[in-house]
Design a binder for this molecule. Structure first.
Ligand SMILES: [Ca+2]
Ligand SMILES: [Ca+2]
Length: 399
């Protein structure tokens, strides 16, 4: 399995050049025997650099891009999610409750706007989480966040719409004010716009598996809504439910990844398993994905929809996910990347239709816990860390 990053690969290359420089020098002064020694030394260095196990360098697979990772922001506190304006600005949520606007994605780009979202109660896994910009952002300036807030004497997961100015944010409206509840664990709260123009949100079961199977609760569900907060007329009515609601699918534990497959528009949802079976699910309306009655595959006979991939006997603590497309990704275009918290790495999955095959484990341990991964407008991936302090945003660019 391929490990390590291209930065390490780049280091190896520059080292190779310096060896070559020394080879030339030694040839001039010491003749052919020294050249032989230098050649052996070079081979030795290359062998060391190729050793497996975390920091090694392995030749890229055919057609795979070389990745260059660059820290673009640092000194952050749990930057939960990021989003991009078409004009190059970058927006970030920090779990403690701030939305931050950066001038660009350049390293150490200036902070040009900050808003403290009022009444965010950040505790455990809860707080200010997902952020996404409206598909019509260039004209309407709308962006959406998912936040655990105290409101009406309750602790709720809400979806709020803001309007971004040049260097400020103005509250516009609640998209969802009541329904999903917050808890110190399993809040979900990933936001994504589908190719259908609907706003989708993942909602965790608050550590209460029963809610995932309760069709009247919006927890443990994937939600689908019109951006103005109304329920789409083509949402399903969940089995056992009285009415059509925001709920699109049920039986989810702690979903923190939601990405739409570029070719098909299919919704891929990623959730943490308990002690086994992190899952990748392909969402279909009104379906039940099993939690807590069924973990991983094997639930069909009980009426549950099986994941297209499950981690089996281990968990990685899978979090955010993104598909990549573009010529710069070479053979990896169309792949799904998943950030992991516990495993502290970025994982590539090859996806054909609904067939998902795990591939490389990248940047293992290098940046710590990884929360979110988003493809930026320049085609690069942007990853946030979730270590609690000294957190970073990293740009991963294919070359
Ligand atoms: Ca499941
Ligand atoms: Ca790992």
């Amino acid at each position: 399995m391929r490990r390590g990053s291209s930065l390490i690969r780049g280091y190896s290359l520059s080292r190779g050049r310096s060896v070559a420089g020394r080879v030339t020098q030694w040839l001039m002064v010491s003749g052919i025997r020294a050249f032989g020694r230098a050649l052996l030394f070079g081979i030795f260095l290359a062998a060391c650099a190729s050793a497996p196990g975390g920091t090694g360098v392995v030749a890229p697979t055919a057609g795979a891009p070389t990745l260059v990772d660059t820290v673009i922001q640092s000194g952050l506190s749990v930057p939960w999610d990021i989003a991009f304006a078409p004009d190059g600005r970058m927006f970030m949520t920090e779990r403690m409750g701030s939305i931050v606007m950066f001038e660009s994605t350049k390293p150490n780009a200036k902070r040009i706007g900050v808003l403290k979202v009022p009444d965010v109660h950040s505790m455990g896994e809860a707080g200010l989480m997902g952020i996404v910009v409206d598909p019509g952002f260039a004209t309407n300036g709308f962006l959406y966040v998912c936040a655990s807030r105290t409101d009406g004497g309750e602790w709720r997961n809400q979806i709020l719409r803001y309007k971004a100015g040049a260097d400020s944010f103005t509250f516009d409206s609640y998209v969802i004010r009541t329904g999903p509840m917050a808890a110190p664990i399993h809040d979900g709260c990933r936001l994504s716009f589908g190719p259908d123009g609907k706003l989708w949100a993942t909602m965790g079961e608050n550590g209460n598996g029963r809610l995932a199977q309760d069709p009247s609760s919006l927890n443990g569900k994937i939600l689908r809504m019109n951006p103005d907060g109304t329920v789409p007329a083509d949402n399903p009515i969940l089995p056992g439910a009285a009415t059509r609601t925001y709920a699109y699918s049920m039986g989810h534990r702690n979903p923190q990844g939601l990405a739409f497959q570029p070719d098909t528009g299919a919704a891929f949802e990623i959730e943490h398993g308990a002690t086994t079976n992190d899952e990748i699910n392909v969402l279909a309306p009104g379906k039940n994905y099993g939690w807590p009655e069924q973990e991983g595959t094997g639930g069909k006979a009980k009426g549950f929809t099986d994941p297209v991939w499950a981690s089996g006997d281990v968990t990685y603590a899978t979090s955010g996910a993104a598909f990549v497309t573009g010529a710069q990704w070479g053979a990896w275009s169309g792949s799904l990347f998943i950030a992991t918290l516990k495993e502290k790495d970025l994982r590539r999955f090859a996806v054909t239709g609904t067939t998902v095959v795990p591939k490389e484990v990248l940047f293992d341990q290098k940046y710590g816990r990884l929360r979110s991964v988003v493809q930026g407008p320049d085609g690069a991936l942007y990853v946030t860390t979730s270590n609690g302090s000294g957190d970073q945003i990293i740009r991963i660019a294919p070359q």
